[in-house]
Ligand binder design. Structure first.
Ligand code: 8X3
Length: 271
């Protein structure tokens, strides 16, 4: 027995940025399982192909007649020259995007103000904020013309509260929150939906990048508690996308059960 109806995903075309790993990859696979077509984009082409293969397998396993088209497009959303002309790189039969998942984003470093790397600052803003805005801008005109569409932006708990050692990342995610809020308000007289997903602790390679490849420092963040997994967030994204057209999940704030804020969590004592 199925309690919730996911048939609205059948035959939809979804474009996901940052689809080569973590939340983006898990989301691509879940949309595939739900009978959608997926355009997977990211900087790493080889990793993207592996996720596309997983999508094909998941779609086959689900045994659905709809969807099943999976294409990969290498793009760095932080590079404005790659945004121009991006639409033309999408195969013609998949150009009518129904759902845009702006997932690409990262944090590097935990430095305090005074020791910040301005290169890292530019990189994070270029991807997390400017790339997200540029891509949204690219598709929104078309959504308006077709009077349909759903923009799903990956925010963060870091877009709701600031924390020490996260000034740049928190600033980028606050910017995502403000941009998404403005977008939703601008589209109030249209059927276009706008959702912001705001995860707390999720264990993916995101955390390893924050610590510049130091796996043990990344692991320490999750010590003694069970963090969310990429698949948990993918479920929220796909859930939001599969709601009836009159329902807009504006913000979805998701935490592991033992996390209560960016800095308050419970860790089981070591035995
Ligand atoms: C990632 C969540 O807690 O690392 O967006 O800021 S956190």
């Amino acid at each position: 027995m199925t309690v919730f109806n996911a048939s609205r995903l059948l035959g939809k075309t979804v474009l996901i940025t940052g689809a080569s790993s973590g939340i983006g990859a898990a989301t691509a696979v879940l949309f595939a399982k739900g009978g959608s077509n997926v355009i997977l984009t990211a900087r790493r082409a080889d990793a993207l192909q592996k996720v596309a293969d997983q999508c094909t397998a998941a779609h086959k396993e689900a045994g659905l007649q709809h969807g099943g088209k999976f294409v990969t497009i290498q793009i760095d959303v932080s590079d404005r020259s790659q945004i121009n002309g991006f639409l033309e790189r999408i195969p013609v039969d998949l150009r009518e995007i129904d759902i845009l998942v702006n997932n690409a984003g990262y944090v590097v470093g935990v430095d305090k103000v005074g020791d910040l790397s301005l290169d890292n600052m530019e990189g994070m803003f270029a991807t997390n904020v400017f790339g997200l805005i540029a891509l949204t801008q690219l598709f929104i005109k078309e959504f308006k013309k077709r009077k349909t569409g759903h923009v799903i932006n990956l925010g963060s708990i870091a877009g709701r509260e600031a924390y020490a050692g996260g000034s740049i990342y928190c600033a980028t995610k606050h910017a995502v929150n403000a941009f998404t809020g403005s977008l939703m308000r601008e589209l109030v007289d249209t059927p276009i939906r706008v959702t912001e997903i705001q995860p707390g602790m999720v264990e993916t390679e995101f955390s390893v990048i924050r610590f510049k490849g130091d796996q043990s420092a990344a692991d320490k963040v999750y010590e003694g508690l069970q963090p969310l997994m990429a698949e948990d967030i993918a479920e929220e994204i796909v859930w939001a996308a599969s709601r009836p057209p009159h329902v807009n999940l504006a913000e979805v704030f998701v935490l592991p059960v033992n996390q209560a804020s960016a800095t308050l969590n419970y860790r089981a004592p070591k035995l």
